[in-house]
Design a protein around this ligand. Structure first.
Ligand code: GLP
Length: 242
């Protein structure tokens, strides 16, 4: 099933996406949520925090696994994805911090860390709902355009366009890490449900390519056309071409 849910603007889209996550947690309080960073899901997280504060959503049974992390950044670094997750969600809801997983970007042996991460997802019984953003070049997690689809968690070199896009969060472009650990396309496809959030006119073209264009590793998100349960939530601008 492929659903497209249209929000009027960023707040509306965030509320719709939060509704999907809230339904998942309500129906399955002990679920495993796959979570994402980037600017697109921040509004979704803010809405979930507000509902949590109003007593409408309980994260006590939830486990989370994040898609990716920069290589070389410690979780205490304010640019790390672990820090992002604590700041934008975990610190404000009643999820058990011990049940929140993000790849360790400081691991001495990154190959081992990737294997450990895959094993951990397997031991959890897989991901019930995976939240995704969409990179400007069609990347999901940090699965950049490539000649093939990567299966498991792996280390990647970030493309120039991704480094440039992410430099807006750093003081200097030179500070943007050039490598990351990311779940593979295989990990993402194994999730029971996919929820992808997109906003802004800058995403309109890649949204069309990813969901209505050819399935190719050059547009990593295009593989989602093969998934059985995808919900695309966007604002009017991002969905304007579809
Ligand atoms: C980063 C993240 C992705 C995210 C993408 C888009 O590269 N690794 O998970 O989807 O940025 O970010 P934004 O939502 O800010 O456009």
């Amino acid at each position: 099933m492929f659903r497209i849910l249209r929000g009027k603007d960023y707040d509306d889209m965030s509320r719709i996406a939060a509704n999907v996550i809230s339904a998942q947690v309500t129906l399955m309080p002990e679920c495993v949520l796959g979570l994402a960073t980037g600017s697109s899901p921040i509004g979704t997280y803010s809405q979930l925090i507000r509902w949590h504060e109003d007593g409408l959503i309980d994260f006590s049974g939830v486990t989370s696994v994040n898609l990716d992390e920069y290589v070389g950044l410690d979780g205490s670094d304010d640019q790390s994805y672990r820090y992002f997750m604590n700041r934008h969600l975990f610190d404000h809801v009643n999820i058990n911090p011990k049940n929140t997983y993000v790849p360790n970007g400081k691991a001495f042996d990154t190959k081992k860390e990737c294997e450990r991460y895959d094993q951990m997802i397997h031991n959890l019984g897989g991901i019930d709902l995976q939240l995704l953003g969409l990179g400007n070049n069609g990347h999901i997690g940090f699965n950049e355009p490539a000649d093939s689809f990567a299966k498991g968690t792996h280390q990647v070199n970030l493309t120039e366009s991704t480094i440039k896009a992410n430099s807006r969060f750093f003081d200097k472009t030179e500070d943007v890490p050039t490598q990351a650990l990311t779940m593979g396309i295989g990990n993402i496809l194994q999730a029971g449900k996919i929820l992808i959030v997109v906003n802004g006119e800058g995403k309109a073209d890649i949204v069309k390519k990813a969901f209505f264009g050819p399935i190719t590793p050059q547009v990593p998100a295009s593989i989602l056309q093969f998934h059985k349960n995808v919900t695309l939530v966007g604002d009017e601008a991002a969905l304007s071409l579809i």
